[in-house]
Design a protein around this ligand. Structure first.
Ligand SMILES: *Cc1c(COP(=O)(O)O)cnc(C)c1O
Length: 384
């Protein structure tokens, strides 16, 4: 059998409690989902504002397909760049306070494309050790030298920056760390980048739509304005649709249009998605009520889960991981919740460091107080 070795590897993973598999939802994304015929209260999507299944977005998408059809039919640089793409880029740039923006099909591709286009052999990328996997892959693809600093350790980053002699320097970081929920010290990062003439690439997958005035994201949250910041946010999380964008100085965007393989060599996203995203952007900007409710839910959860044998990690965002430690125990707890009709994902290595398996609880503005109370009650029962 030509694939025996693959099966052996999978068996080993399974023995360590690390085998991954998928569950099929038969209802739309929301706190109340049906999986294999059973209803669940779910705390694992990144649909932080509950927009993914809102009828306003479905209607915009429908209207978009009526006007623009379904497929884009070509890459942006050939004949796949449509009016709604262009309009969305302009509005996104203005929303996050940058001169220009560029759409990508996914956040994963944006990260690969940006890092690969901006640095190469002879340059150095500096990265937080807890960055998202796509940023790690991006550094490898770029062929630049890579220096990883301990999570949030600005002293170590300063040392590494000082050691880099020639070439471009690019610091890359999650703004909100996806598996921990804490925020990068963006103000300090920017100060170091200024001191060492480095560029700062900020991945705001979990901040855009949620943080800052009107949901403008992590830069707005910290009040940071700087031409040396290159900003990326995804559009499939709080925005509830799909895709990603990079916002930066015009010269950076022009460079990406010319050199980012993840932009150049791929078919444009359906223009109707941009029509839906224009609607989503309006709802984000007008979403103060949703964000206030989300904030109250975070506080309610943190109050309710104090006193458990497991600690909530230090986070003020919608990502509220409960640290379990052992892989099998995290799986068991997740399974026990599932038997009670509650769905929370167990996150294990290699997604997180060894010995830090966790339940990644995520909250959404679509949750109610009663939903959160149900999770709190179940976890207290299971702790006994
Ligand atoms: C989800 C995520 C991505 C990838 O975005 P997609 O649009 O889902 O490909 C990139 N960075 C971070 C930090 C993420 O959480």
């Amino acid at each position: 059998m030509p694939f025996t070795e693959l099966q052996t590897e999978l068996n080993e993973r399974a023995a360590q409690g690390l085998l991954r598999s998928r569950c099929t939802l038969v209802t739309a994304q929301s706190p109340h989902i049906v999986v294999e015929g059973k209803p669940y209260l779910a705390f694992c999507s990144n649909d932080y504002l509950g927009l993914a299944s809102r009828p306003e977005l479905a209607a915009a998408l429908q209207q978009g397909t009526q006007q623009w059809g379904v497929g884009a039919g070509a890459a942006h640089l050939v004949s796949g760049h449509f009016g709604p793409h262009h309009q969305l880029e302009q509005q996104l740039a203005a929303f996050v306070g940058k001169p220009a923006a560029l759409l990508f099909s996914t956040g994963y591709m944006a990260n690969l494309g940006v890092v690969q286009a901006l640095v190469g052999k002879g340059d150095t990328v500096f990265a937080d050790k807890l960055n998202h996997a796509s940023l790690n892959d991006a550094m490898l693809l770029s062929r630049a030298a890579t220096r990883r600093y301990r999570h949030g350790d600005m002293a170590q980053l300063a040392q590494l920056l000082a050691q880099a002699q020639s070439g471009r320097k690019l610091v890359i970081t999650d703004a909100v760390f996806s598996m921990d929920g804490d925020m990068a010290p963006l103000r300090e990062l920017l100060a170091l980048c200024e001191q060492h003439d480095a560029w700062l690439y900020v991945d705001d997958a979990h901040g855009f739509g949620v943080l800052g005035e009107q949901g403008r994201g992590s830069l707005a949250h910290f009040g940071l304005v700087s031409a040396r910041i290159i900003y990326m946010a995804t559009l499939g999380k709080a925005a509830g649709v799909s895709g990603a964008f990079v916002a930066a100085e015009q010269v950076v965007v022009d460079t990406l249009v010319n050199h980012a393989h993840g932009y150049v060599y791929t078919t444009a996203t359906p223009p109707a998605l941009s029509v839906a995203l224009l609607q989503s952007l309006r709802m984000i900007a007008q979403g103060d009520g949703l964000r206030a409710h989300l904030h109250r839910l975070v506080a309610r959860l943190r109050r309710g889960l104090s006193g458990l044998p497991w600690q909530l990690m230090s986070s003020e965002t919608a990502i509220q991981p409960l640290l379990i430690g052992d892989n099998q125990q995290a799986l068991k707890l997740s399974e026990a919740l599932r038997q009670r009709g509650i769905w929370v994902a167990a996150i294990r290595p290699p997604t997180v460091p060894q010995g830090t398996a966790r339940l990644r609880i995520t909250l959404s503005a679509a949750h109610t107080d009663a939903d959160v109370d149900q999770l709190i009650g179940a976890l207290h029962e299971l702790a006994c």
